[in-house]
Design a protein. Structure first.
Length: 250
């Protein structure tokens, strides 16, 4: 399986949020052609063990799994990466938090990640030396920081220097800017432009959440490389609503 970082360097990649921690959902999303999934440990009803199981289910289907976390918990991040997560996506991950995220997902000398070969992502030490595992992990694991607060501009350059993807969370950002849900408001357009310019200045790929296929296509057209389109729940809700309408009509 190609690393998510390698895929991102080659072309825009499209994923979706996974909120239902079941391997059947992973199977369906993999078979549906998504490039990756973001396991939503921030907003879904799941434990860190559930998230690790989703990571393993993704690996079985050659579907990279990034895990979105609500905060920097060294223990949780280490367990998720040792299960084989392709990266960690940090909510409110701009500024100093984004810098610390990169250190936590990286082995020395790039970071401070705890060391062990007795774990799945290292093949339990049976196939690679410590040095080889360090190199492979540091070259592939991604740090994704979400820009979704009104103070995004305060330390934007410092944050960009340590992120692999700068991800705009448009709904949260609109709320924090005082224009809840108005994704095309003047403050939102300015914030998006500021973040895009800073990312281009530092050579950091841009990511964004897209609520529809049309928004996804527009993001790709605009040059975004890491697009998270909807979620398993929105797809389930949409399909159930449409199917129910047909049944009622019949």
């Amino acid at each position: 399986m190609d690393s998510l970082r390698a895929m991102l360097a080659d072309r825009p990649i499209i994923g979706t949020f996974l909120k239902i921690p079941r391997f059947e959902i992973v199977d369906l999303l993999a078979l549906s052609g998504f490039d990756f999934i973001v396991c939503d440990y921030e907003h879904a009803q799941m434990s860190v063990n559930d998230a690790c199981d989703i990571v393993r289910a993704g690996l079985a289907r050659s579907l990279p799994v990034v895990v979105r976390v609500p905060a920097l918990d060294r223990g949780d991040i280490n367990r998720l990466l040792e299960a084989g997560a392709a990266g960690i996506q940090l909510a409110r991950g701009s500024g100093p938090a984004g810098q610390e995220l990169k250190r936590l997902v990286s082995y020395p000398p790039r970071g401070t990640r705890s060391v062990s070969l007795s774990q799945p992502a290292a093949d339990y030490g049976l196939r690679a030396s410590l040095t080889e595992h360090f190199q492979q992990s540091n070259d592939s694991v991604m740090a994704v920081g979400q820009f979704e607060t009104a103070d995004y501009a305060d330390v934007i350059d410092a944050a960009m220097a340590d992120l692999d993807v700068a991800f705009i969370g448009p709904v949260d950002l609109s709320v924090d800017l005082g224009t809840p849900g108005q994704l095309d408001s003047a403050p939102m357009r300015q914030a998006q432009k500021d973040i895009e310019v800073a990312a281009a200045r530092h050579g950091v790929p841009m990511g964004i959440f897209a609520g529809s296929p049309q928004a996804t296509a527009a993001a790709v057209q605009k040059g975004y490389r890491y697009i998270v389109a909807g979620s398993d729940l929105t797809m389930l809700a949409g399909g159930a609503k449409e199917f129910g309408a047909v049944l009622r009509g019949a």
